[in-house]
Ligand binder design. Structure first.
Ligand code: ADP
Ligand code: F6P
Length: 324
């Protein structure tokens, strides 16, 4: 099988994440190291379906290691969710002589990768999303850079919050997951965090800690809310109305998806992109490259998609203990 792999494609799909560029670079260079031709496919599965791809040489990926976003652009391609879209993708891959594909993205992208394998194109998936919400992997490319961006932003918000003796309610990304919120909560010393993975009530989990903090001498407070909970503008108004503490809301938004990847993201992305190529060369397909017990390894896509990881509840309680 390995001898059959001569040309491979690489694409990025779904929301972009810092570290996608180092992952692309690793696919291209590890591929070139093994004598493969590597083609960069534009705009995720859209580019595959429409044959938008070009050769990428090791020099074409010079100077991208430190750049956020993805040089291949990305897309959420609805057409690819249908069987016809997948069939078209495999046909176009044949036209361009692709023997294998590396898909960098989130779990929707992995479903597309699985469908491509079933339809005849060997594909390996690499987790790239700031949300860290891939169940079979302890880590996803982009998470660390995002956390550092959130840390910088919350530190700045704290400066002004403290000066005005206010309460700041800050919404962070993560779609339906609270990984960004909980780690940012610890790193930034939040008084309260709200995540979809834990039940909460406004009186007990928001008002009480803010008022108790005030009675213990805290002169300002930081509330971090995962986007899966939302409603930060109304929450800030309600806090102000019920406590008399002037409150402001900030939605950090897409600033969290940009920026130069951190060392961690560059290294993990390089390892994961490199392993994806090695797996194709070993004749493997339908695998997700992932981190398990701190080691970069791989699992079957169907098995990986069926796994469940849970946000450690002790991290949520640690935020509460640290906020004493
Ligand atoms: P994000 O979480 O940022 O949306 P994903 O990696 O989950 O990122 O990307 C979702 C995209 O994956 C979809 O827009 C679609 O283009 C692609 N996709 C392909 N096949 C499927 C599928 N079976 N289910 C969901 N998404 C799919
Ligand atoms: O999956 C990454 C992510 O940034 C989520 O945290 C967020 O819910 C979503 O993408 C935002 O997507 P869009 O770029 O379409 O606004």
């Amino acid at each position: 099988m390995a001898g059959n792999i001569r040309t491979i494609g690489v694409l990025t799909s779904g929301g972009d994440a810092p570290g996608m560029n180092p992952a692309i670079r690793a696919v291209v260079r590890v591929g070139a190291y093994h004598g493969l031709r590597v083609m960069g496919i534009k705009r995720g599965y859209n580019g595959l379906i429409h044959g938008e791809m070009d050769d990428l040489s090791p020099r074409d990926v010079s100077n991208i290691l430190q750049r956020g976003g993805t040089i291949l652009q990305t897309a959420r391609c609805l057409e690819f969710k249908d069987e016809a879209g997948v069939r078209k993708g495999v046909e176009i891959a044949k036209v361009f002589g692709l023997d294998g594909l590396v898909v960098i993205g989130g779990d929707g992208s992995f479903r597309g990768a699985r469908d491509l394998c079933k339809a005849g194109l060997p594909t390996i998936a690499v987790p790239g999303t700031i949300d860290n919400d891939i169940d079979c992997s302890e880590y996803t490319v982009g998470y660390d850079t995002c956390l550092n961006t959130v840390k910088d932003a919350v530190d700045k918000i704290r400066d002004t919050t403290a000066s005005h003796e206010r309460c700041s309610v800050i919404e962070v990304m993560g779609r339906a997951a609270g990984y960004i919120a909980v780690q940012a909560g610890i790193a930034c010393g939040a008084d309260v965090i709200l995540v979809p993975e834990a039940e909460w009530s406004f009186d007990e989990d928001v008002l009480r800690p803010i008022l108790e903090g005030k009675s213990k001498g805290k002169r300002h407070s930081i509330v971090i809310v995962a986007e899966g909970i939302g409603g930060v503008i109304e929450m800030a108004k309600e806090i102000e109305a019920k406590t008399g503490i002037e409150s402001r809301a900030t939605i950090l938004g897409h600033v969290q998806r940009g920026g130069s990847p951190t060392v961690r993201d560059r290294v993990v992305a390089s390892e994961m992109g490199g392993l994806a190529v090695e797996l194709l060369l070993q004749g493997k397909q339908n695998r997700i490259v992932c981190m398990r017990d701190h080691v970069i390894t791989d699992v079957d896509i169907d098995e990986g998609l069926a796994m469940k990881k849970t946000l450690p509840q002790q991290l949520i309680s640690l935020v509460r203990k640290l906020a004493i």
